[in-house]
Design a binder for this molecule. Structure first.
Ligand code: ZN
Length: 254
């Protein structure tokens, strides 16, 4: 089964620190390759408490889109879990240089447990098992951040991680399933996040088969994301859903 599992859907500081939504990241399985994207606080607990349980030993790798804690907090424990406490050397961590360079979020001693660390850069193309992915453009987000286009044999997914809207962003993320981190209901913030209006603009332009909103900040939570998604679907005629904690998408049925 090819699937996307949302271990958590919390975005930005207040929703994460108060755990108004969970914050474990996204588990992706494509053609028997398992990858965890942005293991925020609670990722390990969310894997082990999932039904059915997700076994971190099954992971082939972990991708960090950037160093912010809501995306990287559990990276070290997930490396330990993926490598059976460091006894089974395996796996690749993909990360921007900034997350392993100065003030690193990936501790040096756990790096030894991995097959390798691969530094992601703008316009990079990477491979892990049966998955290929690209990082087409550096995002506008304060710290070094990339979105992903992910390709399996049968499926393709665009994932727009944290960024403020910038001119032309649409052209970088054209895959059939489009996941967007939508922190804000409206307006912009200092750090740089998409608002719901920004997301709408991108979805209308790219017409994915399915758009999935996630990584919600307080203003989105208060406005009930599932209602916003339904309204957007009716307005633009493209299927938009709001992810919920634990939501699993069977890609073979989409
Ligand atoms: Zn961020």
């Amino acid at each position: 089964m090819n699937k996307i599992k949302f271990l958590g859907t919390a975005g930005a500081r207040f929703v994460v620190t108060r755990q108004l939504r969970k914050s474990g990241g996204i588990w992706l399985k494509l053609g028997n390759t398992n990858v965890l994207i942005d293991p925020g606080p609670g990722s390990l607990v969310r894997c082990l408490s999932s039904k059915p349980k997700l076994n971190p030993l099954d992971l082939d790798g972990i991708i960090l889109t950037h160093r912010h804690l809501d995306h990287s907090n559990d990276i070290n424990i997930m490396i330990e879990a993926m490598t059976n406490g460091g006894w089974k050397k395996k796996g690749i961590v993909f990360t921007p240089l900034q997350a392993i360079d100065e003030d690193p979020v990936v501790l040096k001693y756990v790096r030894e447990f991995l097959d390798k660390i691969e530094v992601i850069k703008e316009k990079g193309i990477y491979k892990i098992g049966n998955i290929c992915f690209s990082t087409p453009v550096r995002h506008h987000h304060g710290v070094e951040t990339y979105g992903l286009n992910i390709y399996g044999k049968k499926h393709s997914i665009s994932f727009i991680s944290d960024t403020s809207y910038f001119y032309g962003i649409e052209k970088f993320y054209k895959e059939k399933i489009l996941i967007l981190n939508v922190v804000r209901l409206e307006g912009s913030d200092k750090i740089g996040h998409l608002s719901l209006n920004d997301a709408e603009k991108i979805i209308v332009s790219n017409k994915p088969k399915l758009a999935i909103l996630t990584h919600f900040g307080m203003t989105m939570i208060k406005a009930k994301p599932w209602i916003l998604a339904e309204r957007l679907t009716n307005k633009i005629g493209i299927e938009v859903i709001a992810a919920s904690d634990g939501l699993e998408i069977d890609l073979d049925k989409t």
